[in-house]
Design a protein around this ligand. Sequence first.
Ligand SMILES: C[S@@+](CC[C@H](N)C(=O)[O-])C[C@H]1O[C@@H](n2cnc3c(N)ncnc32)[C@H](O)[C@@H]1O
Length: 380
Amino acid sequence: MDGAADGVAGTAGEGGSEAAVDAYADRVVAAVLGFAETASIVVGDALGWYAALAAAGSGGLAPAELAAGTGTQERYAREWLEQQAMAGFVELVPGAHRFRLPEGAAEALVHEGSLTALMPMVRMLRAGVANMPELLAAYRNGGGVPWALLGADARESQADGNRPWFEQRLAAALASVGPVHKVLSRPGAQITDLGCGCGWSTLALARAYPGAALTGIDVDGPSIGQARENARALGLEGRAAFRLADAAGPVAPGSQDAVFIFEALHDMPFPVQVLAAVRAMVKPDGVVVVMDEAVADTFSPGGAGPDGARDGGDVLERLMYAYSLFVCLPDSLSTPGSAGTGTLMRPPVLERYAAEAGYAAVEKLPIEDFSVFRFYRLHP
Ligand SMILES: C[S@@+](CC[C@H](N)C(=O)[O-])C[C@H]1O[C@@H](n2cnc3c(N)ncnc32)[C@H](O)[C@@H]1O
């Protein structure tokens, strides 16, 4: 788009050259579109419209059919379908006023077990921004918005987002790291999963290592309740126990062959205390593995390119800052005295936490292409 809005010429003035104003305005318009179109995805998800379109296949649906099949209103359905076609999320069936999902769409928007399922990401941000008054109050006055207040949407989207990776890729990823795999394969290995959420990582470990006894620990009651149900549904309740407790809470010293923290250390208000407790609970020849976001070592935002266009920086980092603003940082800061890590726990930050907790070294494990994550082994 040429300028902030068609027909509105950029104005040079205090704000900079006309080209600079136009380029900056274009960047803002792109963000507005992103926001509005994300909200339109929320609508299509919540009303079952994407699922209905996926079920209809290449013949697609007319607005009246979409509305009738989902118990919704035709006029809204028509507007949404037209907007979705404009945005490129659906396409017109040639020669008919019918709409269908393009190739690849169902994998991203509908198939929950897919490694490219993106709806959990949308639902998580929806859960975060739904608390805007509380967020603004915390930004002004301190404090935060606890995980419990973020509610079922956040809890479930967190679980749904990581579940396919744990179920389909975790066993192979860990098997590829010989020294870790060897410890996990010990007969009767005791393995603890701290900040386990709804337990999908714990249960994936239980299936990958049939000789091991698993304990998942989390401070969130509904998550532990759900984890127990998931264990029962998979027939794993005898091998995977779930406890409602703080990660720094009592686990017998020197009792664990392995301790994992999957995408949870940056949420924990007292990461150094937790890592110190982990160091105490693991056996001298045990392993400690932290999985967290694969962010860069240093903060290095993009900026204006030579033509004035602004890319703003790496996509992963932009996404992680979005989660941090609306979910992880306010959750962490809801506990007084919190370290306030935020979603982007950069490697030097983890190294500092580990050193303060008494670890000798932090090693990046050679596990690549595991969603947005990096695996670290902390050497006691
Ligand atoms: C982003 S979720 C990750 C859940 C799960 N590990 C996964 O990968 O889907 C972070 C989890 O850490 C838990 N958590 C935060 N602080 C904790 C603490 N101090 N002790 C135990 N669990 C904690 C939260 O309740 C939440 O379930």
